[in-house]
Design a protein. Structure first.
Length: 142
């Protein structure tokens, strides 16, 4: 056997092993995904700080999110301008809450590290749009 053939054989085994591992991880992910989607999220300090950074970085998504929500509720004529105005308000709120959650992440405020606003993450606006009519964003406990 030539040296080049030996290297090629080893590379083939490595590629086969990588494909097998990728297939196994994909299968585990597909099996675990439905149960993860149904489970209540575990709120902890790490989730709180991640939520804070997501809200600071992506808080602007409140603007198109509110525009779509209000357009579905009131029609595009009233929903787009009203949703834009509401989105600006929720953008500011999301940014402020995001900074608060980053700074207060080591402390269990509110109780159980629960989110202070709904939706919890900025991209959740678009999940709510697809699933059911929504009342838009809301402060928790109001």
């Amino acid at each position: 056997m030539k040296m080049a053939d030996h290297k090629n054989c080893r590379g083939h085994r490595t590629a086969h092993w990588a494909r097998t591992l990728a297939t196994a991880l994909l299968a585990i992910g597909l099996v675990g995904a439905p149960t993860a989607a149904l489970a209540e999220p575990e709120y902890d300090a790490a989730r709180k700080v991640g939520r804070g950074f997501a809200n600071v970085a992506l808080g602007f998504l409140a603007i198109p999110g509110q525009m779509i929500i209000e357009s579905k509720r009131r029609g595009p004529g009233a929903g787009l301008p009203l949703g834009f105005a509401m989105g600006i308000g929720w953008f500011v709120t999301t940014e402020v809450v995001g900074v608060w959650e980053i700074l207060s992440c080591p402390f269990e405020i509110p109780a159980g590290f629960r989110p202070m606003i709904d939706p919890e993450f900025p991209w959740d606006y678009f999940d709510a749009i697809d699933s059911a009519p929504s009342d838009g964003a809301a402060l928790k406990g109001t």
